[in-house]
Design a protein around this ligand. Structure first.
Ligand SMILES: [Zn+2]
Length: 156
């Protein structure tokens, strides 16, 4: 009896992310944003490693510091659904140019992206679209691997 060669990694084969489908989900949830103060509505859609799309919209608060962005809302939904990694990101918002994730959201997304090559697609309300990788949006990022290296080097 011949033995099957073991697979290099036991990861399920995934379809490549479909930016248009992801952007459509982000546009859909953008319509439900709660933005009475800025009137700057944003929707975000994240493709998780579970194959599902997790969405979020910005939710503002009269106490402005309590406001949460669409990207972080979607990230929370992804974690709550049991996914472990973000495979692709779409953000819809902005009238003059596609809105990019703010600094805080870039840091939060960096925590759970598969790696720095994960693409962020951004589209404004006029349909202008641009994209960038997480590494381009957050170069020299501080992430979970930074802490792992720190622990290892402190044991010397
Ligand atoms: Zn943000």
């Amino acid at each position: 009896m011949t033995r099957k060669a073991p697979r290099a990694r036991d990861e399920p084969r995934r379809e490549p992310p479909d930016p248009e489908a992801l952007l459509a989900r982000a546009a859909e949830v953008r319509a439900r944003a709660y933005a009475p103060y800025s009137r700057f509505r944003v929707g975000a859609a994240l493709l998780g490693d579970d194959g599902a799309v997790h969405v979020g919209c910005n939710v503002e608060n009269a106490s402005f510091g309590g406001t949460i962005c669409a990207e972080r809302m979607a990230l929370g939904a992804l974690v709550a659904a049991g996914a472990k990694r973000v495979e692709a990101i779409a953000v819809v918002g902005g009238a003059r140019e596609p809105a990019a994730p703010c600094g805080l959201c870039r840091q939060m997304l960096r925590e759970l992206v598969r790696d720095g090559s994960v693409v962020v697609w951004m589209r404004d309300t006029k349909g202008r679209t641009r994209s960038a990788t997480m590494d381009e949006l957050l170069p020299f990022a501080f992430g979970p691997d930074s802490l792992a290296r720190s622990k290892a080097s402190s044991r010397r």
